[in-house]
Structures are given as C-alpha cells and as structure tokens.
Design a protein around this ligand. Structure first.
Ligand code: FES
Length: 124
C-alpha cells in the first residue's frame, strides 16, 4: 500500500490561489470556487483587516437553507469572536471554525487561507 500512502500525502494539502487582494471586500465576503477531494466547492472568503487574523475561508453554502449565500452574510462579533450571519435564516457561524452559534450540531467547513504577496492562497 506504499503507493496509496504516497498519493495520499501528495494530495493532503493543495495550495490554491483563488483571487487577489483587490478582489476582496473589506469587512465583507466574496465567493470563490475551490477543488476539494470531494469535488468542487464554493467557499466564502472574508477579509477583516482590523483583526490579527485577517482572512477566513468558510463554506459558502448555508446548511439551513441549502442556498449558496454565506459570502453575502453580515459580519459581526459574538463574545469577541468574528461571526457571519446567514442572510436567509440569520444563524451565526464562527469564521474561525465554522461552528453555528445557535446549534451545536451544525458546523461549516473552514480552510486555512493567507496572503502570498497580493495573492489569496487557500490550503485545501
Ligand atoms: S444561529 Fe440559530 S441555529 Fe445556528
């Protein structure tokens, strides 16, 4: 099984450039496509330039409505943690780890994301 193991390691992390800093909207979100092991997925990228962690990548799909809307949600703060409110039913999701504030059983996927110069790079 050494071949399978090697393959798995190779695909474990892929760095994908999704956009540039100029494509981002301060204190708001933009949507982008990424390739995951489960296939293409829509991700919402939030840019909060006043935070130690400026960039967040979280599922764009709202699990409560099934709509791809999270990037259009309003960004806020609950107990010092940055959150986005779904524009549909207004649930809040923590940008850090995707946890739904009102429903412990619901968690969005999140991915590490960073600037590389002007590029926005996500680790999938
Ligand atoms: S915020 Fe109400 S269910 Fe998550």
């Amino acid at each position: 099984m050494s071949t399978a193991t090697a393959l798995k390691e190779e695909t474990a992390v892929s760095l994908q450039t999704i956009c540039t800093k100029a494509d981002l909207v301060e204190f708001s979100g933009v949507a982008a496509w990424i390739e995951t092991e489960q296939g293409p997925a829509q991700v919402a990228i939030f840019f909060l330039p006043d935070r130690d962690t400026e960039l967040y990548a979280i599922d764009h799909r709202d699990p409560f409505s099934g709509a791809n809307v999270i990037a259009r949600g309003i960004v806020g703060d609950i107990k010092g943690e940055p959150v986005v409110a779904s524009p549909v039913y207004k649930q809040h999701f923590r940008l850090e780890d995707g946890q739904c504030v009102e429903d412990e059983s619901v968690k969005l996927r999140t991915w590490p994301v960073h600037f590389d110069g002007d590029k926005v790079v996500i680790e999938v």
